[in-house]
Design a protein around this ligand. Structure first.
Ligand code: SAM
Length: 245
């Protein structure tokens, strides 16, 4: 369930980097974490963004001569030489990869000794809405957490809480673990809660939860009413592990 995203500044700030570079973002999407790294570390650091298809990077990154977009399938060996990166990031992508340890072995190979991987994931099953019908809300949240979109090769709506265990079975040393909360109290268009509601609606339709789909309008109307009274709240937990090669 990948539509909720945020915390890119938190991720960029948590990655130890000397500035030597390059730094790679594996499953970078349009590049929100790369942009946060650029803002933190200045224009000289070489950044690499990897996506299954050549990434459609946001405008500032597409125009940045020190950002290299690379097309590669993260289920396969990475198209980089041994020890070619100072550091790596991977956020909200691991759930899509069927063999998580094979991927981590490849990341360890392309990192220099002492280099860090920051591996983060939203735990979608921790999604909270203040809504009048708690039972309906729980069912919608779970349906959404458990869905697998057609571009994903695997899915795990509770992967955030498993990162520490995954890290301990990887070739890396677990250096640290973090958690933060994405919070939205406004229900504004374009906000993180709005994105989550769109994702929930798409999930229940995709997976033919007809009973839940029939109650979506009622549920969203209730959220709007709560927002109108200043009582709306959405949150979801994000977890990350810092791994040392
Ligand atoms: C939910 S997005 C996360 C994007 C970004 N890291 C973020 O936190 O906003 C997951 C990304 O992983 C990419 N992805 C999924 N499976 C992949 C694979 N096998 N190889 C390369 N990229 C993949 C998807 O294309 C998608 O852009």
């Amino acid at each position: 369930m990948p539509a909720i995203s945020g915390g890119h500044r938190t991720l960029a700030d948590a990655l130890p980097i000397s500035g030597e570079g390059p730094v790679v973002d594996l499953g970078c999407g349009p590049g929100p974490t790369l942009r946060a790294l650029r803002e933190r570390l200045g224009p000289e650091l070489e950044l690499v963004g990897v996506e299954k298809e050549l990434p459609a990077l946001e405008e500032s990154l597409a125009a940045d001569a020190n950002v290299r977009p690379v097309a590669a399938d993260l289920r396969e060996p990475l198209p980089f030489a041994d020890a070619s990166f100072e550091a790596a990031l991977c956020h909200n992508t691991l759930e899509c990869l069927p063999d998580k340890q094979a991927f981590l072995r490849e990341v360890a190979r392309v990192l220099r000794p002492g280099g860090h991987l920051l591996l983060g994931h939203t735990d979608f099953d921790t999604t909270v809405f203040n809504a009048s019908d708690l039972e309906l809300t729980r069912r919608l949240v779970h349906a959404n957490a458990d869905t697998q979109e057609n571009w994903m090769d695997d899915s795990d709506g509770a992967i955030g809480r498993k990162l520490v265990g995954i890290a301990r079975h990887s070739p890396f040393e677990l250096a640290d673990a973090f958690a933060w909360v994405l919070l939205d109290t406004s229900f504004a268009q374009g906000g993180v809660a709005h994105g989550a509601v769109r994702s929930i609606a798409a999930s229940v339709r995709r997976d033919h939860h007809e009973d839940l789909a029939a109650r979506l309008d009622e549920w969203v109307d209730d959220l709007r009413a709560l927002a109108g009274r200043g009582e709306f709240l959405f949150s979801v937990n994000d977890y990350a592990v810092l791994l040392r090669r």
